[in-house]
Design a protein around this ligand. Structure first.
Ligand SMILES: NC(=O)c1ccc[n+]([C@@H]2O[C@H](COP(=O)([O-])OP(=O)(O)OC[C@H]3O[C@@H](n4cnc5c(N)ncnc54)[C@H](O)[C@@H]3O)[C@@H](O)[C@H]2O)c1
Length: 331
């Protein structure tokens, strides 16, 4: 579906996922304003052609007005371990910040929202693949803060006629040209293994080899960031076409539906980079579920979304090209 050019506010558009989605919006001819306080993002991550406001979502009312057709809301803190140590930081930013953003949207009459939710809202799954009707029992303040926002958005839709799509990402990976993953500290597996290939880290720790999975290591669902970006554009199209009408809050899981084990990821990085990638076997980490794999049937049925890069080697190859460019060692 093609839609006329629109104007969108992208919160967190200097971060990993937000910058890639902002770039896709611009490539489709939309106007984009990025609102980001650079707390974990980078000014150079804001794609060329986007207007950039350095500021907090807590102050969104200063900038949001009726000229916007919708908001894509990525801004959040997302480190699980940090959220256990400093839960108040997560409630203030993720929940308090979103409350202020929703109030600013209501005030300005901006009535369409796409929200970055997460598989962490489900916690330890009873069965996989995980559907949106699975019980939500987050095991960290981070997951709980995202679930609280999902509830808040549901109420806003029902009471005030917002149209919203919460996209529950599983493990986002890969890069879009010069836009890629650079969290500090890094906690995601693929960039960590690539740090070993770059010589920035001696070995990769494998936490637990006795899980009830085919090779004993944890299984996760890796979704290419460009496929994820496509889902955001489809969500906007669905709201513009009233397929997700005012008053509806649609929740969709986004994943490949294919799980890959930690060992398969390490093997794939060895194949892509040619580096031996030494491993250190470590104890299980508390709260790490054996397998997290998405059922993305709702996204397929309601948004017409199909991941076009399901091959782990493609995801790793794009992340590797980005990591080499960042490290200045691109061949
Ligand atoms: N990366 C993943 O695998 C993954 C998985 C599930 C969900 N998510 C969600 O997707 C979103 C984006 O994740 P990411 O990996 O790109 O993270 P990121 O840290 O790279 O990006 C988040 C951005 O939000 C900005 N930000 C944070 N608080 C802000 C505030 N109060 N006001 C303005 N800007 C603020 C940061 O500076 C950063 O640029 C997050 O909401 C995260 O919870 C990510």
């Amino acid at each position: 579906m093609t839609t006329a050019a629109k104007k969108y506010l992208v919160t967190g558009g200097a971060g990993y996922v937000g910058s890639v989605v902002a770039a896709h919006l611009l490539e489709r001819g939309h106007r984009v304003t990025v609102l980001d306080d650079l707390s974990t993002g980078f000014a150079e991550g804001v794609p060329e052609g986007a207007e950039f406001i350095e500021g907090r979502i807590q102050d969104a009312a200063k900038w949001l007005d009726e000229s916007y057709d919708g908001v894509l809301h990525f801004a959040a803190f997302s480190q699980v371990g940090e959220s256990v140590a400093k839960p108040e930081k997560y409630w203030e930013n993720n929940v308090g910040g979103t409350m202020a953003l929703l109030a600013a949207m209501r005030e300005a009459g901006v009535r369409r929202l796409v929200f970055s939710s997460t598989a962490a809202t489900y916690g330890e799954p009873e069965s996989v693949p995980i559907t949106e009707s699975a019980p939500t029992a987050p095991t960290s303040p981070y997951g709980a803060s995202k679930l609280a926002v999902d509830h808040m958005i549901g109420g806003e839709c029902a009471a005030h006629g917002l149209a919203a799509v919460s996209l529950r990402y599983f493990n986002v990976a890969g890069a879009h040209g010069s836009l890629g993953e650079r969290h500090a500290p890094e906690s995601h597996l693929i960039p960590l293994v690539l740090q070993v290939a770059l010589g920035e880290r001696e070995a990769i720790s494998v936490y637990g080899e006795d899980y009830p999975t085919a090779d004993g290591t944890c299984v996760r669902d890796y979704i290419h960031v460009a496929d994820l970006a496509e889902a955001h554009l489809l969500a906007l199209d669905a709201m513009t076409a009233d397929e997700v009408p005012a008053g509806e809050h649609l929740v969709c899981n986004l994943g490949n539906g294919n799980g890959f084990s930690v060992r398969e990821v390490v093997e794939t990085v060895r194949a892509v980079t040619g580096h031996p990638i030494p491993e250190i076997t470590a104890a299980r980490r508390p709260g790490d579920p054996a397998a997290l794999v998405a059922s993305a049937d709702t996204a397929r049925e309601r948004l017409g979304w199909t991941p076009s890069r399901p091959d782990l080697a493609d995801v790793v190859a794009d992340a590797w090209a980005f990591a080499q460019e960042r490290a200045g060692v691109r061949p």
